[in-house]
Design a binder for this molecule. Structure first.
Ligand code: GRG
Length: 294
């Protein structure tokens, strides 16, 4: 794991991802009929920071199966755009009601609630256009179907609904919510990268499993950071989970057990990479990054 320098990998690829996202924004702005205030708010949301984890996961998955990362940059942006929409809607007063995101006023605080709803709608819709344009013809239907399944009603949206309705009363139920709300998009990034890199069925299954386990670990790690009040690493104010009585893993099981669960999930993620060789070292380094975040 030490042999792979994740930080320099990120420094190498993040500017490419950001440039591609910027190009998309420019194209939408130039479309006749796209209102300027909408374009401005979408730019604020998409280009206003973030670790670009999901696009980087797409590229790392391509690398893991011996493909060329450059071929996945455009498609990987579709997942970042879906992620950006999910954060905008998650911050709305009707959901988490958060004023700050990525160290800045959240979208509805900067542009108003109606615009924030529409920014999310716009981003989700455009994301599928980006995907359809970016994925080579033989794989496009499979890619669109994968992303719809992971981001949709049985994936991210479904998990968010159960989170909002507070249906979970055990740690297993909390995990089920988080597997859909957060981990489904991680799994999607890994599977999309595998697909673009030409992975066979066994490699795809290994990558998807890694994404699902890492995604759940990431959510627990994120909740641990919020629980412990580490605002600097988190990039948003802490304490709001407890104030709202949210059922997070650390709140229900305690800090030690949450840490242990996170560690077990990281192990499971790493184990699932066993069929892949040294090409997956970047994904191993990413798992290490998630663990060290706690
Ligand atoms: C509104 C349909 C809908 C879904 C929202 C992902 C999500 C579902 C809500 C986010 C809630 C949250 C803060 C979860 C913790 C883990 C997580 C996904 C954090 C944010 O992702 P990062 O760390 O953020 O990749 P950046 O800002 O780096 O992009």
């Amino acid at each position: 794991m030490d042999s792979f320098d994740l930080d320099s990998y990120r420094r190498q690829w993040q500017p490419r991802i950001d440039a591609e996202l910027g190009k998309n924004l420019q194209e939408w702005e130039a479309l006749q009929g796209c209102p300027r205030p909408l374009a401005e708010a979408m730019r604020y949301v998409v280009l206003g920071g973030g670790k670009r984890l999901r696009p980087l996961m797409v590229l790392l998955a391509i690398r893991a199966v011996g493909g060329e990362e450059e071929r996945g940059v455009r498609a990987s942006c579709a997942l970042e755009i879906i992620h950006a929409y999910s954060l905008v809607h998650d911050d709305l007063p009707a959901m988490d009601d958060d004023d700050v995101r990525r160290g800045k006023p959240s979208c509805h605080r900067a542009y108003g609630e109606a615009m924030a709803v529409l920014v999310g709608d716009g981003l989700l819709t455009q994301a599928f256009g980006v995907l359809a344009d970016a994925v080579p013809a033989p794989d496009v239907a499979r890619a669109v179907s994968l992303v719809a399944r992971c981001a949709g009603t049985a994936g991210m949206v479904g998990g968010q609904v159960d989170d909002v309705l507070e249906t979970a009363s055990t740690t297993a139920e909390v995990e089920s919510v988080h597997r859909r709300k957060t981990a489904a998009l991680f799994e999607c990034a890994l599977a999309l990268g595998g697909m673009l890199g030409g992975a066979g069925p066994a490699e795809l299954a290994a990558l998807s499993k890694y994404g699902a386990e890492l995604g759940l670990a990431y959510q627990i790690a994120d909740d641990l950071l919020a629980f412990k009040g580490n605002q600097d690493v988190l990039g948003r104010p802490t304490g709001s989970d407890e104030a709202k009585g949210r059922r997070t893993y650390p709140a229900m099981a305690g800090e030690d057990q949450a840490r242990q669960r996170c560690r077990d999930l990281i192990h499971a993620a790493l184990e699932s990479l066993e069929p892949l060789g040294a090409g997956a070292d970047g994904l191993r380094a990413l798992a290490d990054f998630v663990w060290k975040r706690t």
